[in-house]
Design a binder for this molecule. Structure first.
Ligand SMILES: Cc1ncc(COP(=O)(O)O)c(C=O)c1O
Length: 381
């Protein structure tokens, strides 16, 4: 193929946004017909639907029976904030960050909670060296940096025996990557990421040690009702069986249930992980064949299989930021790749969501279009 001719095949679904992410294959609003709309979420039918979402989450992610899973307000941000504000302050804190969202949590803890935390930040393309971390402190980190495409390869460096809590924002990892539950005390994610659900609610998963902290420690600062996980020093157990703190969206919950059942139908976690890995591999192979496009992740073991972040590397490029934007714009205009520009705080480039709801054939079809847009922009400079 001449690089300047239009590729013959187009992605059937051009949605490559890193959140909200592509809906499950063959999605239709008709699938939500069983949502108990106009009913109380505290009625038996509503509570049963919320409890089912918790139960399916547990089954698919393999969350241990003695871990609590709660549906909370304000998406992943809500879940992370609840954890930070409810748990920190009892012990020394280490904050680890390697991209924008992780840095946001640092700001929260240092500037808002005003804790004297040890802050370790790695530049875009790298992650913090976990062998330098003191896990007798409480440690806060993001499993997969959505805006840098760099992830923890595994939890090996986290000791099973530790005095501190590990608080992990896993929103762009959960359902696409294996998470070692024995190494994670607090895990959060939102519905709108790997399963292509709706923005609305967050999931908060607590280990027994996290619950113990909640019941034995009261932070020095006030907690709004929306963050409160305990009452009179005891965990509010209802939150973890579907009695949400305030009103949830039953429509969004139904949508999550539909996605969870699809996940089961493709083999559960193993199927989900395989789909994301296959998608990312397509992009990695394309980079290997086209030296002008590089993974932002500096080493393959930390390269994300969901938010694959790429940078252009070609001496002919005069203004990298303008160039990357123009390529993304071309893909969007051609209707073959929507929302795949790099995050605003990240280095210039592309970010292609390869999470489990994305079809590998669509990633394959996108690649020649990237080549086409790249060469067209080089020529247009
Ligand atoms: C790592 C990470 N943390 C937090 C968020 C915020 O998520 P939400 O909008 O679901 O609160 C995002 C969103 O992209 C993210 O990627």
């Amino acid at each position: 193929m001449n690089d300047m001719t239009l590729p013959a095949t187009r992605p059937a679904n051009p949605r490559f946004s890193s959140g909200p992410c592509a809906k499950i294959p063959n999605y239709s609003l008709d699938m939500l017909a069983d949502a108990p709309l106009g009913r109380s979420h505290r009625a038996a039918v509503g509570k049963a639907k919320l409890a089912e979402a918790i139960q399916l989450t547990r089954e698919i992610l393999g969350v241990p029976a003695d871990y609590r899973i709660g549906i909370v307000p304000a998406s992943d941000t809500g879940a992370v904030e609840m954890a930070l504000w409810s748990l920190l302050g009892a012990r020394p804190v280490e904050m680890l960050a390697w991209e924008s969202f992780g840095e946001g949590w640092v700001t929260d803890v240092v500037k808002q909670l005003k804790l004297d935390a040890k802050v370790k930040v790695a530049p875009y393309g790298q992650i913090v060296d976990f062998t330098t971390v003191d896990f007798d402190s409480d440690v806060v980190f993001t499993w997969n940096g959505t805006t840098s495409g760099c992830r923890l390869p595994n939890g090996d460096a986290i000791p099973a025996e530790r005095a501190g809590l590990t608080i992990c924002d896993a929103t762009s990892a959960a359902f696409a990557m294996e998470l070692p539950w024995d190494k994670l005390d607090v895990t959060t994610f939102s519905w709108q990421k790997v399963l292509g659900g709706e923005g609305a609610h967050g999931m908060l998963i607590l280990s027994p040690r996290a619950v113990e902290r909640l019941e034995s420690y009261t932070p020095a600062w006030p907690l709004p009702k929306i963050f409160r996980l305990t009452s009179k020093g005891k965990l509010i157990e209802g939150i973890f069986v579907g009695e949400t703190i305030n009103t949830p969206s039953m429509l969004a919950n139904e949508d999550y249930l539909v996605a969870l059942k699809w996940a089961q139908s493709i083999g559960g976690l193993r199927g989900l992980v395989a789909r994301a890995s296959a998608n990312a591999q397509v992009v990695w192979d394309f980079c290997a064949q086209n030296p002008w496009l590089k993974n932002l992740a500096e080493t393959p073991e930390i390269a994300s299989t969901t938010s694959v972040c790429l940078k252009f590397d070609d001496a002919r490029i005069k203004d990298p930021a303008a160039f990357a934007k123009a390529v993304a714009k071309r893909l969007e205009k051609a209707g073959v790749g929507l929302d795949l520009g790099a995050y605003r705080d990240a280095p210039a480039g592309l970010r292609i969501w390869c999470g489990s709801t994305v079809e590998t054939s669509d990633v394959q079809a996108l690649m020649p279009w990237i080549a086409h847009a790249f060469h067209a922009e080089i020529a247009a400079q």
